[in-house]
Design a protein around this ligand. Structure first.
Ligand SMILES: [Zn+2]
Length: 353
């Protein structure tokens, strides 16, 4: 009898708990990631100072680097600054931007990355992708998965609630993204990885159906675990397919067409997922998504993030251009601007204001 198995690329350590950061040095030493505490910390220029003040006393051998911003140039500068030190690992301590910069810098100088998320704004904290702004807008850069992911729920609670809300929209959008993947499989014979799809969908369903809110530890635990599982699902699939379909094309289109006015990643992905699910004809799921997004204070209509109907039609029309080659309900239906407008009006009327 053949016994076939496969290895899943994943972090060596995943610690999602209250107080997880109290003994970061001990955790990294126990896991043999850094026995002497020679760590290069990447933090933000703003809120990073408070984190440094809090954690530096317990980490005397660590060096601290402020990240300028979220561009590829910032990430390269960070790598250049860190490369002369003899470090065991890079630690990205902060929100999505900091972790993305740290991921890219760590990959560039050949060090493992420890991702310490201080908010739950998206599923990138544990993914093999760094999202960075470049001259052409925004790019996704392939990097190794973090070697460790640490999420201290006490620290997450201190982040503004809108950052946690963003993570909710991103997690729920998995359900729509997996549907798009299945569509690509059925219509175009695209390979689908059942394990990656299951992991991403379960993460989305768990967040969608959890009765709690951003103030509950139980809910934050499920959300944080869901975002980490989603990141790993992307490593299993080898790309972002399990967590990125029409929902994310719509999100990217908002970012690229209206860079100054775009809302958060999760706000746009959640709205995109509810609309894409409606386009797919799955009225029941679309209604449930709308209900849950609203309960968490997330937008479900473009007007709620400051975009009018014409702008939203442009966004949806442009969305397929943001991910050439990715087959989703948008490419499948290939709607004209007028058809998008009709579908949007139908959606807005169905969900009510
Ligand atoms: Zn996302």
């Amino acid at each position: 009898m053949p016994v076939l198995t496969r290895l899943i690329p994943s972090p060596v350590v995943v610690d999602i708990s209250r107080g997880a950061l109290d003994d970061l040095a001990g955790l990294l030493a126990d896991q043999r990631i850094s026995s002497n505490g020679r760590l290069a910390f990447a933090i933000s220029g703003g809120s990073g100072a408070a984190l440094r003040e809090r954690f530096a006393p317990a980490l005397p051998s660590a060096d601290w680097y402020e990240v300028g911003g979220g561009t590829i140039d910032d990430a390269i500068k960070l790598a250049d600054a860190m490369k002369s030190g003899r470090y065991d690992a890079v630690v990205g301590l902060g929100g999505g931007k900091i972790i993305d910069c740290a991921k890219f810098a760590a990959a560039r100088i050949g060090l493992p990355l420890v991702a310490v998320a201080t908010n739950l704004s998206h599923d990138g904290l544990c993914s093999p992708v760094a999202t960075l702004d470049n001259d052409a807008g925004r790019g996704s850069y392939g990097v190794p998965n973090p070697i460790a992911v640490v999420i201290d729920l006490d620290v997450i609670r201190e982040a503004p609630a809108r950052f946690v809300r963003s993570g909710i929209g991103d997690a729920i959008s998995n359900i729509s993204a997996v549907r798009d993947w299945e569509l690509g499989h059925t219509v175009r014979g695209e390979d689908i990885d059942g394990l990656a799809a299951a992991m991403a969908r379960q993460a989305g369903e768990a967040v969608l159906r959890h009765p709690g809110g951003v103030g509950d530890d139980a809910f934050l635990q499920v959300l944080a675990e869901g975002l980490v599982m989603t990141g790993i699902s992307m490593s299993v699939a080898g790309d972002s397919r399990p967590a990125s379909g029409a929902c994310h094309e719509i999100n990217h289109a908002f970012d690229l067409l209206f860079p100054k006015r775009a809302a958060s990643h999760g706000e746009q992905c959640g709205l995109g997922a509810a609309f894409a699910t409606f386009l797919r004809g799955d009225r029941e799921m679309s209604a449930l998504m709308v209900q849950v997004l609203r309960r968490h204070g997330l937008p479900v209509l473009p007007g709620e993030i400051g975009f009018d109907e014409d702008e939203f039609v442009k966004v949806v029309e442009y969305a397929p251009e943001t991910r050439p080659g990715r087959y989703t309900i948008l490419e499948h239906l290939d709607l004209s601007a007028d058809q998008i407008r009709d579908a949007y009006r139908d959606y807005a009327q169905t969900i009510g204001s």
